[in-house]
Design a protein around this ligand. Structure first.
Ligand SMILES: Cc1ncc(COP(=O)(O)O)c(C=O)c1O
Length: 415
């Protein structure tokens, strides 16, 4: 029988309050001074080497200096008396701070949030926890990341579940068309729709609230891979209305690597029961075993920064940089941008195709090695191109520099 999370939470809270009052561990919550989020070159809030331009947060984000310091401080305290730290009520209670922060950031109840290692880990947990039957069908799309697909592929391979992949062309940006295509794929055997919130391929935002509504009207589940959304655009889980949502701590949230969050809506907690949360949804429970407490607490620090700064402000700034890049690439390079034009479907990820004679992987390596600019190739299964992620530490100057170098590199190849 699962323990009542809210009961545990209240009790844990009192314990946390006691710990913090005793000054044993530096609390992250409420201590972040809101800073201006205009990035600047040589910004010492981060560890980037001077002159380096990082546009790869969608792959893996940087931790801020403060996040690293608080994580390592906790780690040092923990290592001074490991058993005492973990084996007493201290660690389990303290760890709930991260769930509390995440729930507040994402607009849901703490009992609906679980700590995972990654988006993949969360999506796998949902797939495993659903106990699907042979012949059950799942709707997904051709633009899902493997992290969101692994669990369903496993179910198809070993449990006879069938996957219906809706084909969405990369340059289709019309939300009603997306919805229509997904709707057409629903059959009487369909048990769920599994989609990204933001496509890893092009940064397109999916109309998740509408897709959830559609799913609910057909009495099926809506499961969301939010790896490319949380930390860079405002995410309110109740407004989205989905049943489950997985994300990473180590991308846009800028938390420690190997951290993630999983939301399972209260109403389906009896239907989605991953092994690791069978005992309870608490960070420390009999079904998960010992976790990485310093990293988990570091994630609370990272979330706190974005929460205090204001996710609306972060989103606005990131989109403004992204739109600058969009217009500038079009004007200066004529590259074939696959991401949506500025507007409601755009997110701070931007991808473009490269001419066939220029390989996305080699182009990205060249920029890293020669120009100290980090971005990534688009996954080969989608198209030959490159993807840029723009987050709070990036600047307009960086965007302009990137475009000028791209222009130069492209023109040297067309000679
Ligand atoms: C949409 C999407 N889902 C899942 C993942 C995997 O994330 P993680 O490494 O945290 O499992 C990624 C990573 O880029 C992604 O873009």
């Amino acid at each position: 029988m699962m323990k009542s999370s809210s009961e545990i939470t209240r009790r844990d809270f009192l314990t946390i309050a006691g710990i913090l009052a005793a000054g044993s561990v530096t609390p992250a919550m409420g201590q972040i001074t809101p800073t201006t989020i205009s990035g600047r070159p040589g910004n010492d809030e981060y560890f980037f080497p001077a002159g380096f331009i990082y546009m790869n947060t969608g792959t893996i984000g940087p931790c801020r200096r403060k996040t690293v310091e608080e994580t390592t401080d906790t780690w040092k305290q923990l290592e001074s008396l490991p058993l005492q730290f973990y084996a007493t009520k201290f660690a389990p209670a303290l760890a709930e701070k991260t769930r509390m922060m995440a729930a507040s950031f994402l607009g849901c109840d703490i009992s609906e949030i679980m700590i995972t290692k990654s988006t993949t880990d969360g999506m796998n947990a949902v797939a495993q926890g659903l106990r699907l039957q042979p012949g059950d069908r799942i709707i997904t799309t051709n633009q899902e990341h493997d992290g969101g697909l692994n669990g369903w592929n496993y179910m198809a391979k070993y449990y006879g579940v069938r996957i219906d992949s809706v084909n969405i062309p990369f340059d289709t940006h019309d939300p009603s068309l997306l919805l229509e295509n997904i709707s057409k794929a629903i059959t009487p055997q369909t048990k769920l729709i599994s989609i990204s919130h933001v496509f890893s391929s092009t940064g397109l935002r999916l109309p998740v609230a509408e897709i959830s509504k559609l799913a609910r009207s057909k009495d099926i589940l809506c499961i969301v891979d939010g790896a490319q959304a949380v930390g860079t655009i405002k995410v309110n889980l109740k407004e989205l209305g989905c049943h489950a949502y997985a994300t990473s701590g180590h991308k846009w949230l800028m938390g420690p690597k190997g951290t993630g969050l999983l939301y399972i809506s209260k109403e389906v907690q009896n239907r989605i029961r991953p092994i690791q949360f069978e005992d309870s949804h608490n960070t420390f429970n009999e079904s998960t075993g010992v976790g990485n407490l310093p990293g988990i607490l570091g994630l609370a620090t990272a979330i706190d920064y974005l929460h205090e700064t204001g996710i609306g402000k972060v989103e606005q700034q990131n989109l403004s940089l992204r739109n600058r890049l969009y217009h500038s690439l079009l004007k200066e390079t004529g590259l074939d941008i696959q991401s949506p034009p500025p507007g409601s479907m755009a997110s701070p990820l931007l991808s473009c195709r490269l001419p066939e004679n220029i390989d996305g992987g080699k182009f990205s390596s060249l920029f890293l090695e020669t120009h100290k600019i980090s971005f990534r190739p688009v996954h080969k299964k989608w198209f030959n191109g490159v993807r840029f992620s723009l987050h709070v530490f990036n600047t307009e100057e960086e965007v302009d520099k990137l475009v000028q170098i791209i222009k130069k590199e492209l023109s040297s190849r067309s000679d």
